[in-house]
Design a protein around this ligand. Structure first.
Ligand code: G6P
Length: 344
């Protein structure tokens, strides 16, 4: 077993370190041009998924909203039976295992309504690939750790390459070397943040725009493997309820890179501090103002907006991982969780 971990303490850690290659391989895989044509003529794209895959789907929605005109809906697969898919929709299931019962049930319903279907999956030949019109494979290789890391990054890579095909002209940044930001992110020191998280019973993860779905995934990851109660929130929603829970014992992980949301995030952090909450800010290297407002700063290297987003994803995975190491959890096999859930 330790040989298979390749010198790493846990599969999760090994799988995080594989992400630069996984992202590169997946992002540069060809996508069926017929599928891209279907998307171009779709009235709506509907993404269905569970768990981490849902968070990847929500990120796709934000990316599409920034760069393309086609509306994207994202639904939790187990709730799909309450929503009638629209004719003319392309339905994309996201499922690393390709076996999740809720996701396959929702896909079958979409097919019955005459929708075009596709799956983003990590397992070639899995059940989902036999149901859909198009398969988009993530090239993550086998993922042993129950908590998804490299398979999530690979899902994001698929969505970014779909985006590149669909709305090439509107993406202004150079994506050829973007996987290198993940290599840099692996060097970021998250230990101080992990110490703070490991000592907490409740943590809020907040961000705006792309960093809202990224925060949901950060919170899900730490919850899965540390058993600490963590919630991801749109930073602007915190004042509509959760702010009543803020105190010295509830750290906030606030993603505050120097993107369009920066000024408002900075003022949100000040509001949280004013309620006594310790803040772990994830920001852009070179930002000196963040040091003045946050208790702990974790910096990713300055890059393009999509590059910094990928770096933040990896940093939040490492934060969860290191917190779980401090707590001595069974990281690769957290209690009550399964890698694929084949019951409804
Ligand atoms: C389980 C796993 C999660 C995963 C979810 C969806 O709950 O523990 O890590 O995100 O299923 O799995 P899927 O294979 O459909 O992506």
């Amino acid at each position: 077993d330790s040989a298979r971990k390749g010198g790493f303490d846990h599969y999760m850690q090994k799988e995080i370190y594989e992400e630069p290659d996984v992202f590169y391989r997946t992002f540069n895989s060809e996508i069926d041009p017929d599928f891209i044509s279907e998307l171009k003529s779709a009235e709506e794209i509907c993404v269905i998924a569970c768990g981490t895959s849902y968070n990847a789907g929500l990120l796709f929605r934000y990316l599409m909203e920034m760069h393309c005109d086609t509306p994207v809906r994202v639904e939790v697969a187990s709730e799909c039976r309450f929503f009638r898919p629209r004719r003319g929709s392309v339905v994309i299931a996201v499922t690393q295992s390709g076996e999740t019962a809720d996701t396959i049930a929702a896909l079958n319903m979409a097919k019955a309504f005459g929708c075009t279907t596709a799956a983003v999956t990590n397992v070639v030949g899995s059940s989902v690939t036999r149901v859909v019109d198009y398969s988009l494979c993530t090239r993550a290789g086998p993922e042993i750790s129950v908590a998804a890391t490299k398979s999530y990054t690979a899902q994001v890579a698929v969505f970014m390459s779909v985006l590149r095909e669909l709305c090439n002209g509107s993406i202004k940044e150079d994506l050829d070397e973007i996987h290198k930001v993940i290599e840099d992110a692996l060097l970021v020191d998250v230990s101080e943040g992990a110490e703070m998280c490991a000592g907490a019973s409740d943590i809020f993860y907040v961000g705006r725009g792309l960093y809202y779905p990224v925060s949901l995934e950060g919170a899900l990851k730490i919850k899965e493997i540390t058993y600490i109660h963590a919630e991801g929130y749109a930073a602007g929603e915190l004042k509509h309820g959760p702010i009543s829970l803020l105190c010295e014992e509830t750290p906030i992980v606030a993603v505050c890179t120097m993107d369009v949301s920066y000024p408002v995030m900075l003022s949100n952090i000040k509001e949280m501090k004013a309620r006594g909450a310790p803040v772990i800010a994830v920001g852009t290297e070179g930002d000196e103002d963040l040091d003045d407002v946050a208790d702990v700063c974790i910096y990713v290297k300055k890059s393009t907006p999509l590059g910094e987003m990928l770096a933040v994803i990896v940093v939040l995975q490492m934060l969860a991982y290191q917190s779980a190491v401090i707590l001595g959890r069974d990281i690769d096999k957290p209690r009550n969780l399964a890698k694929s859930v084949t019951v409804i």
